[in-house]
Design a protein around this ligand. Structure first.
Ligand code: AMP
Ligand code: GLY
Length: 429
């Protein structure tokens, strides 16, 4: 088979790496990919500048692609799946209506509420006066979310009334970089431990992937601004078999039912960002319609089965014969990022130390490019350094050892990926 993968970050690198191991696959085209992805077997990069759905369609037709896999959310929310299906092309991912679960926080909240699915209490607002009035009677902290895609930057946890009013005004006035919204959501702040629950869905069939946990805040101890994710590991005891069953029964199945009631069938990865409270009850913080980044890097490092079978099972509406096997070891992924991220960051810094070969470690490229034959930084998140170990402590130590062999001017990372799990510091431990 010839496969097209859309995207060019660490998650897509992990997907391409796993796809390259399938003996069903002859060529892997990745648009746009990155130089790390290019170094995998069978991979050819296809340059695309500001691509639209039509551009991907053209590539799939020209290259006679048998199956297209969409990594990031934006093309899904734009409706790439609908267009491919119209053109009789096999594609993995939810269609445009289903992808609203991630594309619109307001749509997501409506589904959660109509299905009585545990989530933070919220109100939606389309003007700043009503919104600022509403928060007068509320305790802090309070969470303000801009509707629409914002690459992890549209969520604000606020501790002070005046600052929240200012934020609300700025959001509606379009004064916050990268965010355009005419609707905001204000919701109660949930306390607990976050975990990522990602499953493979085809209609009514749900197969949970290995459990994982991301680290969304920039700095050690979960401090600082939200990011796309600074590191992840798999598995996590936050999601044991009891919690898994509870999440499927109380969260995932009712969500799929609510979608079905309005004529939407979900297919693809469904990722619930969960807050697990002190009584171990899970609440939905958000839905994503794709694999997490960097969760994918940790999860796929542990995958033993052929990933292409999973994609084909969903694209062909049949997960009956899909039995996903995972390595018993733990995987830990540490993100190396550029100074300034998640704000304005530096680029074009020469990266050293990528050539060492260390057993059980894999470096996924997120934001790199090549200049004169050298790797240089080209993004906020630059590399996702992933290691396998007999347990999380061993995986964590190997990942950090590998991180320390890599350098560039202004490299930043968190030093505590997985630490809370290793030291049993969860609120209910
Ligand atoms: P979201 O994009 O909605 O997942 O939000 C990004 C991050 O903001 C989450 O990963 C949480 O760390 C935090 N967050 C979002 N909603 C809440 C909430 N209601 N209570 C506490 N933290 C939240
Ligand atoms: N790691 C969080 C996300 O992919 O949304």
């Amino acid at each position: 088979m010839d496969i097209l993968i859309i995207g060019g970050g660490g998650r897509e690198h992990a997907i391409a790496w796993k796809v390259s191991k399938s003996n069903k696959v002859r060529n892997i085209y990745v648009a746009p990919g990155n130089p790390g992805i290019k170094s995998e077997n069978k991979v050819h990069l296809i340059e695309v500048k500001d691509p639209k759905v039509e551009d991907y369609l053209k590539i799939a037709k020209e290259k006679n692609i048998d199956l297209t896999i969409v990594g990031p959310e934006a093309p899904l929310v734009e409706g790439i799946v609908d267009e491919f299906i119209k053109n009789n092309l096999l594609i993995f991912g939810p269609n445009k209506l289903a992808a609203q679960l991630e594309g619109s926080k307001n749509f997501c909240k409506k589904i959660l509420n109509s299905g009585n699915i545990p989530t933070a209490k919220h109100q939606s607002f389309t003007d700043s006066k009503t919104a600022t009035n509403y928060i007068k009677d509320h305790n802090m902290p309070i969470v303000v979310k801009a509707d629409g895609l914002a690459a992890g930057k549209g969520v604000f946890i606020m501790n002070n009334y005046e600052e929240t009013c200012e934020l609300i005004n700025d959001l509606f006035d379009g004064k916050i970089d990268g965010i355009k919204t005419s609707l905001i959501i204000i919701e109660e702040f949930l306390k607990g431990e976050e975990a990522s629950f990602i499953c493979l869905v085809s209609g009514d069939q749900i197969i949970p992937l290995a459990s994982s946990k991301d680290h969304k805040k920039l700095s050690n101890g979960d401090l600082g601004p939200n990011t796309g994710g600074m590191g992840a590991y798999s598995p996590t005891k936050l999601i044991d078999s009891k919690t898994t069953n509870m999440v499927i029964d109380k969260i995932i199945s009712p969500t799929l039912n609510e979608l079905k009631k309005i004529g939407i069938e979900y297919k693809g990865f469904l990722y619930a960002g969960l807050m697990i409270d002190e009584y171990k009850n899970p609440f939905v913080l958000e839905y994503n319609c794709r694999l997490g980044d960097p969760e994918a890097q940790a999860i796929l490092m542990r995958l033993e089965s052929d990933i292409v079978d999973m994609f084909l099972g969903v694209a062909n509406d049949n997960l009956d014969n899909i039995d996903i096997k995972w390595k018993n070891e733990s995987a830990c992924t540490v993100v190396l990022a550029s100074k300034g991220y998640p704000g304005k960051y530096e680029k074009e810094k020469r990266i050293e130390g990528l050539d060492h070969k260390v057993n059980d470690t894999k470096i996924f490229h997120s934001g790199t490019k090549t200049n004169d034959g050298f790797f240089v930084t080209n993004g906020g998140r630059v590399l996702s350094v992933t290691a396998l170990g007999v347990n999380l402590q061993v995986a964590q130590a190997k990942a950090y050892d590998r991180c320390n062999q890599i350098s560039w001017e202004g490299k930043i990372k968190r030093h505590d990926i997985g630490e809370k799990e290793i030291t049993n510091k969860f609120i209910f431990s």
